[in-house]
Design a protein around this ligand. Structure first.
Ligand SMILES: [Zn+2]
Length: 140
């Protein structure tokens, strides 16, 4: 590998890469916004419509709806976008997703808007490796 192509090392104090001092971990908060193209939209989404994701929680503006099929297409990508990714990974660079309806010109732009820190013990009952004296990967 060309040394010039190696991405710079992340800042050691970044909450996304710093070794955890406790059971805390950090995820990106996301905003997904409908973007128009030169093709008309078919589905019930309009340019500018948006929703957010923080942790496991989707939030929509009051009174707004979002069509099921585009949401179903977006859902598998969102957890990956919440997590730190390599600078060369397409998951890092690609932010616009096409609507799954082949006749619809809608696109959905995923933006990392900030971070939220969570605690492992508050989001799962699975213990951290070694937390209870078990070998890593042991059963609870
Ligand atoms: Zn659509």
């Amino acid at each position: 590998m060309d040394p010039a192509s190696v991405p710079p090392a992340p800042a050691p104090d970044s909450p996304l890469v710093a070794p955890p001092r406790d059971d805390a971990f950090t995820l990106y908060d996301l905003r997904v916004e409908v973007v128009a193209t030169d093709r008309p939209m078919v589905c019930n989404h309009r340019a500018g419509l948006w929703f957010t994701l923080s942790g496991e929680n989707l939030a929509f503006p009051p009174g707004e709806t979002f069509p099921l099929y585009p949401l179903a297409a977006l859902l598998p990508l969102l957890p990956a976008k919440q997590r730190p990714t390599h600078p060369h990974d397409w998951m890092t660079t690609d932010a616009e997703i096409a609507c799954p309806d082949p006749y619809c010109g809608g696109r959905f732009r995923i933006t990392r808007t900030g971070t939220t820190t969570f605690r492992h013990g508050e989001v799962t009952r699975v213990p951290l490796p070694g937390a209870d004296g078990d070998a890593p990967g042991g059963t609870p």
